[in-house]
Write a protein that binds this ligand. Structure first.
Ligand SMILES: Cc1cc2nc3c(=O)[nH]c(=O)nc-3n(C[C@H](O)[C@H](O)[C@H](O)COP(=O)(O)OP(=O)(O)OC[C@H]3O[C@@H](n4cnc5c(N)ncnc54)[C@H](O)[C@@H]3O)c2cc1C
Length: 507
């Protein structure tokens, strides 16, 4: 039976950065990273724009970054957390640079800082338009060199095991599905880090990869940990419209920062009607304005217009975006690029303190699955990679001091192994997943938000699923479907409890 001091669930920036820091500081501790697909299948590796850090103190200041973050969060951010994250950013950046991560510089050898919506200054460090990929690659390189880390791919964590000791609940291990052997197994551990990313796949249109099914939220909720602010789902205004409902390719905010216009069918800019910052307003405002325009003009998308830009510089800065557009027969120097808002980022999540600890003291949540208080109603662009680094650091420092309090449980749990998966299972649960996506998308975009009706629909989907589960078998499609259903219900309930900004409201 597997055993490790620390179990990390997820191989994005938050899980890997935590692993690297902890493994270096505590070579005496064993660390296992589990990831449900291949290690590189993350939102992290898709990040284009970059990471927000105040580096140019002549023009910029921590205070300005703090104020931009607070403004974007619509009065719902935790100011102390915002301050901590912004002020720690240069130190965390230094650690990324020390492992060889490279960010673009200008001809004078200074950082080539990008500008994005809601930022009052150029402060985004980037590696062309493949910033996340650069970070993920460098972190994965270092992880493989650290002898006390084991990385398991195709291991999908299903649930945590908790035990009550002296009135305090602790995590003692996790059940996981080993997809390589098609078996459910158990791992014992002293501390667990959930770094499972977001839940974009609950929506019909998302920029997120298929791994983003909200697993960490559902797992934590089942363990009894509080989930907060799930009504605050951020929509990115400019995902490439293809006419398909699925994962959409992102056209980074940095493209608007570089000067691209958002125009309607008549090739007219319309964002100034909604905000004096026009294309550089925050994502909630731009997404809402685009939806309204689409509704009024009865069109399925609007356009990004790059034709007036310095195209030589554009291609140099955005090679991945350019080549993706070209593959679809779109040439930004002459064509308008059709774009549509898509579910992009989960601002709420597993409630954690400044050390990224949950209410279960040896359970931590880091990265997009955590609700730290940084983002409020609406995350400021490029603050997410930064948040992941800062909270991975905080968790690592904290675990170094607390891990001795938690010993391995003497109980050894033997899970039952399921039979081979039934093929039809995939098709049936795929259909049910699509029902959840349609339900949540319609719920989110309707003006009235009938929560009772949505909860009733969730029950109907659950009933349909129950008839499909033969002999209590646990299969991958079933696990993801159950997690999505749980998270859908949490989003609906949170919308009922507290009004969300209703970004997609079409009124
Ligand atoms: C297209 C796109 C562009 C973006 N651009 C930017 C940007 O420029 N700047 C910025 O700051 N932010 C950006 N973001 C947001 C940012 O990339 C993410 O918020 C961040 O990378 C999340 O990192 P993470 O470590 O929390 O999760 P992820 O990188 O999503 O990793 C999640 C990991 O958890 C694993 N996992 C999930 N469930 C399970 C399970 N049950 N068992 C085992 N493993 C599991 C997954 O397999 C994966 O390894 C962007 C996001 C997208 C989608």
């Amino acid at each position: 039976m597997l055993k490790t001091d620390i179990l990390i669930v997820g191989s994005g920036i938050s899980g890997l950065f935590f692993a690297m820091k902890t493994a270096k500081k505590r070579p005496d501790l064993s660390i296992v990273i589990m990831t449900k697909k291949m290690a590189k299948n993350t939102s992290t590796q898709l990040a284009q724009g970059g990471i927000a850090v105040v580096t140019n103190l002549l023009q910029d200041s921590f205070e300005q970054h703090i104020q931009d973050t607070l403004k974007s969060g619509g009065g719902q951010c935790d100011e102390e957390i915002v301050k901590m994250v912004v002020e720690q950013a240069p130190e965390r950046l230094k650690e990324l640079l020390e492992i060889g991560t490279s960010f673009d510089k200008n001809q004078n050898g200074q950082w080539d800082l990008g500008l994005e919506g809601g930022h009052s200054q150029h402060r985004i460090l980037h590696h062309k338009d493949r910033s996340g990929l650069e970070i993920e690659k460098k972190l994965l390189n270092i992880i493989t060199e650290l002898p006390n880390i084991r990385l398991f791919e195709n291991y999908q964590v299903i649930d945590l095991n908790t035990e009550k000791k002296e009135n305090e609940t602790h995590c003692t291990g996790a059940f996981f599905y080993d997809k390589n052997e098609n078996k459910i197994k158990y791992i014992r551990c002293r501390s667990i880090i959930l770094s499972t990313g977001g839940c974009g796949n609950l929506f019909e249109n998302t920029t997120n990869p298929e791994i983003a099914t909200g697993d960490g939220i559902a797992i934590a909720a089942r363990a009894g940990v509080e989930i907060e602010d799930m009504q605050y789902i951020q929509f990115h205004p400019t995902a490439l419209y293809t006419g398909k409902k699925s994962q959409l390719f992102l056209i980074s905010e940095a493209v608007r920062g570089f000067g691209a216009y958002v125009v309607n069918e008549d090739q007219k800019r319309f964002l100034f009607k909604y905000d004096s910052r026009g294309e550089l307003a925050t994502r909630d405002i731009v997404s809402h304005a685009i939806h309204k325009e689409m509704h009024e003009t009865q069109k399925k998308h609007v356009y990004l217009d790059c034709r007036h830009l310095d195209m030589k510089a554009f291609y140099k800065k955005f090679p991945a975006i350019t080549s993706h557009c070209n593959e679809l027969g779109l040439f930004p120097e002459k064509d308008l690029i059709p774009v549509v808002p898509a579910a992009h980022y989960q601002c709420g999540g597993i409630k954690v303190d400044r050390n990224s600890a949950t209410a279960i003291p040896n359970l931590y949540a880091v990265g997009e699955c955590a609700r730290t208080g940084l983002h409020g109603k609406n995350r400021l662009a490029s603050n997410s990679l930064l948040e992941a680094l800062v909270f991975a650091h905080q968790a690592s420092e904290n675990i170094d001091k607390t891990i001795e309090l938690y010993q391995f449980s003497s109980k050894v749990l033997i899970p039952k192994f399921p039979n081979k998966e039934i093929k039809t299972d995939y098709v049936a649960f795929l259909i049910l997943k699509k029902e959840i996506q349609a339900l949540i998308t319609n719920f989110y975009s309707s003006e009235e938000r009938n929560t009772d009706y949505a909860i009733h629909k969730i029950k109907l989907i659950k009933n349909a699923a129950e008839t499909l589960i033969h002999n209590q078998e646990i299969t991958i499609p079933f696990i993801e479907f159950s997690n999505m259903l749980t998270v859908a219900l949490i989003i609906i309930k949170h919308c009922k409890k507290r009004k969300s900004p209703y970004i997609l409201s079409l009124n």
